[in-house]
Design a protein around this ligand. Sequence first.
Ligand SMILES: Nc1ncnc2c1ncn2[C@@H]1O[C@H](COP(=O)(O)OP(=O)(O)O)[C@@H](O)[C@H]1O
Ligand SMILES: [Mg+2]
Length: 284
Amino acid sequence: MTRAERSGPSGIRLELDKVSRVFGEDSDTPFLALTETSLTLEPGEFVSVVGPSGCGKSTLMLIAAGLLGATTGEVRVNGDPLRSALTDVGIAFQDHLLLDFRTARENVLLQADVRGIDRKKLGKRTDELFKQLGLDGVDDKYPNQLSGGMRQRVSLARTLVHSPPMLMLDEPFGALDALTRLQVRHDLEQLWLQAQPTVLFITHSVEEAVGLSDRIIVFSPSPGEIVDEVSVDLERPRPLALGDTPEYAHYADQVFAHFERMGVLHGDVLPGGGGAGGGSGTAV
Ligand SMILES: Nc1ncnc2c1ncn2[C@@H]1O[C@H](COP(=O)(O)OP(=O)(O)O)[C@@H](O)[C@H]1O
Ligand SMILES: [Mg+2]
């Protein structure tokens, strides 16, 4: 299935219009964390943001979710200015943020309690997601009884359980081992293909970005600004071993070329002396 063949996305349109962020604006040392940034996500589009640590990726996501104010600019959702936290969204952070005093299942069903959705309905969806994410049998376990990878997957289930039209995922696979990471990436792609929410996916893994995205937004080092957009027109679902294919190299090379030019990566660490090659898991 190519991008053109997909139809009927359920996602929303998200526009960031010249948003920037200065921290400590009134202090002696104001800090520009995000340069004026404009970016539009079309309904059902899967967009990744890649960039070096500290370039403002999380800041951008928090602004897009209405959780952090922008110093300049505006966020619009389906054309309407966003004035408070976006509610029609599933958010996952790098730190899984599960509640220690709730079981895995109850952590997911938090969405029912917070959003006033029928517990039975979300309970059924929780069963499906736990199955899909390899979480059979963890229902009654508390977070401290689960491995890091399992906690992250429970967190992902909580993000997805209410079928939000928008997902904002900030390095959601950060704590996973390499194999689980591949599996969860595949699971996320499947889940996304089913409902096609709009996705803003923050990552420092070029392979993950190529593996999942319709479009990759490449950020400069701090203060972050967009230096390029790479459209990825590959069949879906994409193979787990994508990193070993020439198609992967074609797209990854474009991203790595920017990081090399900006001094984020130096030629001698890049597979093939500048190309991406099979740099599976290569991250910035
Ligand atoms: N609340 C804050 N107060 C001051 N500085 C911040 C705050 N949040 C983030 N920063 C700074 O802004 C820059 C961008 O941070 P962040 O958006 O978290 O980057 P990334 O997610 O790309 O690693 C960093 O230098 C970070 O230290
Ligand atoms: Mg971050």
